[in-house]
Design a protein around this ligand. Sequence first.
Ligand code: ZN
Length: 502
Amino acid sequence: MRMPKGNTLRFAALACACALVASCGDSTPKLERPNIVLITIDTLRADHLGCYGYFRDTSPNIDAFAKESLVFDSAYAAMATTLPSHTSMLTARYPLEHGITANLMHGGKPFGWASGMVSFAQVAREAGYATAGFVSAAPLKAPSGIAAGFETWSEPEGAAVERKAGDTLSKTLPWLEQQASQPFFLWVHFYDPHWPHRAPPPYDKMFREQDAEAKEAWIAERKLPDVAVRSNARKSTQTRPALDNYCGEVRYADEQFGVLIEALRRKGVLENSIVVLTADHGEGLNQHEWTAHGLVWDEQLRVPLVMRFPKAAGVAPGRASQLVSLIDMMPTALGRVQSFDTPKWREFFKLATGVDALAADFEERPVFAQRTGRELAEDPGEMYAITTPRWKFIHEPEVGDKLFDRSADPHELQDLAAKDAQQSAAQRRQMQLMMDLQKRRGAELGPAEAGEMDPELLRQMQALGYLGGEDGRNGEAPTPKVPQEEPVPDEDEAPKEQGDKP
Ligand SMILES: [Zn+2]
């Protein structure tokens, strides 16, 4: 019997869905070996995207993607620092557990991975996935350990400390084109919104001195100063140009994100893929008198988290309001996947502190974040924070505690620690319990195996402003005054060629 064309298509779609879905013994549909694509845009504040309510058109491609996805409204990085944050994403563990609490460690040696650590890239590779990572900046170069499990790896070449998203994609897209029947885990990292904020044309002037009324309202609501002094460079940054220039970089990254999604769609693999967009941290943009990142304020920790699932996963596009950490990202994505039933899969979930935020038994709990101090004269020192649905609590060993009511004060402007000492003490106890647990779990992983630092990489990191110093390891709270992220080149210096940032 000849089937009407529409029915043929529906039948084909059904057959395709059946191939993807496996029975898992519960009512949740599970995907069988979907592709998994992780896109991280460095330094991308959630609130600078249209799909998170921003007043400018910085993200048309991400917004379109978000309409087909589940958008997490309250997702938080574990650290506002590139390498620790990405390591937490890929291992589903907090920095005090995996021990990578800065971008470099003392003595010019890179962080090694503890022998017990498992990255999802290793899980996927053991399960027969093609694994590929394409990163755009020195803190994520292979000697950092983050490349574990990726059989294909691409990073800024030679002495280059970063590369533009377009250049990273020029390596990614040919690889994608070559993929055939084997499922793949693809990680693409863009670095463009990172300081210094110099987008290529036409993005550099796209938002310059635009939207004056909305911009002033934005600035007033957050009580941004006109100028903030970057503590370690002692250079001032003007708020309004910084906002405009940052928006241009976000828009450029968004355009490149669109190119990648279109390539997945054209190849016909988008519907068989779980695609996750997030950021390793946000950016201060002078909020709380801080231009870049590395601290524990909301604007530096809150990140976009957008997950697009195949229809067969049974996850409807929409908004997810539950409070999540990026350590929950992989468990949540993989919660829609049938077990690979391999040793590393089981080990990954046994070790993971992160949980499946879409599971029926998911219970909202505080999310933790920290800052490692740096060896700098005016460094703010180490900081620890927990965010709960109601409260934000910050503990600074060298300063004291801060408490904010998130529902009444989302921009963290009114410190209530003195006024509500009881609540503050309760939050401090809760935070201490979380830290104790993280340290215990970190100790279980065993000592990290630090390798030898590539002298050229060390030079590159120093060129970016990452200085040497002490650092905490597994199971230990970080020693104060440690190196961290944060290239802070002179703003007074003559602008360099586009694409040649630091
Ligand atoms: Zn970063």
